[in-house]
Design a protein around this ligand. Structure first.
Ligand code: F6P
Length: 360
C-alpha cells in the first residue's frame, strides 16, 4: 500500500471530520502512506477534473472538533444508474474506476451508512480497489455495530431539546410534540425519549393507537401534572397506516407530517393545548460529542490497520467494548431497526412511557 483515499458519503453528521483526521494521521504517521481526501463522495472520483485534496496531519487544522465534513458529501443518485439532466440514466461506474486509477489509489476508506456502503463496495469491486468502511449515521441503523459515528451527538441534541421544551410546556400547561429524525428506525427517539423524560415515544417499528397515546396523556394530566412530552420518529405512519407527509415543496417531500398529525389528533382527543417542534437537520450539525470523537478516532485508526492488513471488504464496527471487523455482506442488508423487545423499549415501559402497543 502506498496511496489511499478517504471519502464521506450519504447524509452528514457530527464526527465525520474526526474520522478523516484519524485516518489521515494513522496512514501518514504510522504507515508513511499518501492520503487523498475525495470530495463529495463518489462524485469526486467520477467528475473531471477529479475533485480531491492531499491530506496530511499538518493541514488538518481543528477537524477533531468541527461538525459536518470538510470533504463534502452527497446522497444524490446511484452512480450505476445516475440521473442525467436530460432525464436519461447513465452508468458512471467506469468513470469512478478510471478516477481511482488516475489518483493511483490502492485502497479507499468510505465513511458512510448502509446505503453508501452497498453502492461504494460495488464500485470499488468493479474498480479492483480494496475498500474498508466506517459506519456513520445519526439514525444508528447500520448492522454490525452497536454505535455509528454521529448518533451520540444527535441524541444529545434531542435530549437538550426536550430539556428546553419541558419548562415551556410546564409554564403553559401544554403537550409538546417533538418530531425527530429516523427514517426507518426509532433509535434516536427511544434513546433521547428516555434521557429527556418523555411520556410517549413513537417509533416506526412498533404499532400504536391514538387511544393509547391519548390515554397516556389523559392519565398524566389526571395525576396532576399539567404538561406532557411526546417524541415521534419521522418514519412513523399515521394510526391508519398512511404516510403523514402532507405537503410537497419544490417537488420534494416535506418533513413534519407525523409531528403535525399527532399534534392535531392529541388536541382533538384530549382537549389539551398542543405545540409541535420539528428538529430536522439541527440533529446532524454541531460539534461532535465526546463519545463521537472517541468512536471516530477508534474507527478511523482501525480502518487504516485493516487496509494495512489488506482485510478489504470489511467495515469497522463497535461490539462488546471494542472495535471489530465486520464483513460488508453482513452490513449491507438494509436498515438495522429497533427490536420491539429492545432493552430500552422495556426500560421506557417500566418508566411508565407509552411506546406503542405491547404484544398480547
Ligand atoms: O439517514 C439520516 C437522515 O438524517 C434521516 O434520519 C433523514 O430522514 C435523512 O437523513 C435526511 O436526509 P437529507 O439530507 O436528504 O435531508
Amino acid at each position: 500500500i502506498k496511496t489511499i483515499g478517504v471519502m464521506t458519503s450519504g447524509g452528514d453528521c457530527a464526527g465525520l471530520n474526526a474520522v478523516i483526521r484519524a485516518v489521515t494521521t494513522a496512514a501518514v504517521e504510522r504507515y508513511g502512506w499518501k492520503v487523498y481526501g475525495i470530495q463529495d463522495g463518489s462524485m469526486g472520483l467520477i467528475s473531471r477534473p477529479l475533485r480531491f485534496q492531499e491530506l496530511s496531519p499538518a493541514n488538518l487544522g481543528n477537524t477533531l472538533r468541527e461538525g459536518g465534513t470538510f470533504l463534502g458529501t452527497t446522497n444524490k443518485g446511484d452512480p450505476f444508474n445516475f440521473p442525467m439532466p436530460d432525464g436519461s440514466f447513465k452508468d458512471l461506474s467506469g468513470d469512478f474506476a478510471e478516477g481511482a486509477r488516475m489518483l493511483g489509489l490502492d485502497a479507499l476508506v468510505v465513511v458512510g451508512g448502509d446505503g453508501s456502503m452497498r453502492i461504494l463496495s460495488r464500485l470499488c469491486q468493479q474498480a479492483g480497489l480494496g475498500m474498508v468502511g466506517v459506519p456513520k449515521t445519526i439514525d444508528n441503523d447500520v448492522h454490525g455495530t452497536e454505535y455509528a459515528v454521529g448518533f451520540a451527538t444527535s441524541i444529545n441534541v434531542v435530549t437538550e431539546a426536550l430539556d428546553r421544551l419541558q419548562p415551556t410546556a410546564a409554564s403553559h400547561h401544554r403537550v409538546m410534540i417533538l418530531e425527530v429524525m429516523g427514517r426507518d428506525a426509532g433509535h434516536i427517539a427511544i434513546n433521547a425519549g428516555i434521557a429527556g423524560g418523555a411520556d410517549v415515544v413513537l417509533v416506526p417499528e412498533i404499532p400504536y393507537t391514538l387511544d393509547g397515546v391519548a390515554g397516556k396523556i389523559r392519565s398524566v394530566l389526571a395525576r396532576g401534572r399539567t404538561h406532557a412530552l411526546v417524541v415521534v420518529a419521522e418514519g412513523v405512519k399515521t394510526a391508519e397506516g398512511t404516510n403523514a407527509t402532507i405537503s410537497h415543496v419544490g417537488g420534494e417531500q416535506r418533513y413534519g407530517g407525523i409531528g403535525h398529525y399527532l399534534t392535531q389528533k392529541i388536541a382533538d382527543l384530549t382537549g389539551a393545548e398542543t405545540r409541535v417542534t420539528i428538529l430536522g437537520h439541527v440533529q446532524r450539525g454541531g460539534t461532535p460529542s465526546t463519545r463521537d470523537r472517541i468512536l471516530a478516532s477508534a474507527f478511523g485508526t482501525h480502518a487504516v490497520d485493516l487496509v494495512a492488513e489488506r482485510r478489504f471488504h470489511h467495515m469497522v464496527g463497535w461490539q462488546n467494548r471494542g472495535v471489530v471487523a465486520v464483513p460488508l455482506e453482513k452490513v449491507t442488508i438494509g436498515a438495522c431497526s429497533l427490536d420491539p423487545n429492545d432493552t430500552l423499549v422495556r426500560t421506557a415501559r417500566a418508566l411508565g412511557m407509552y411506546v406503542g402497543e405491547e404484544p398480547a
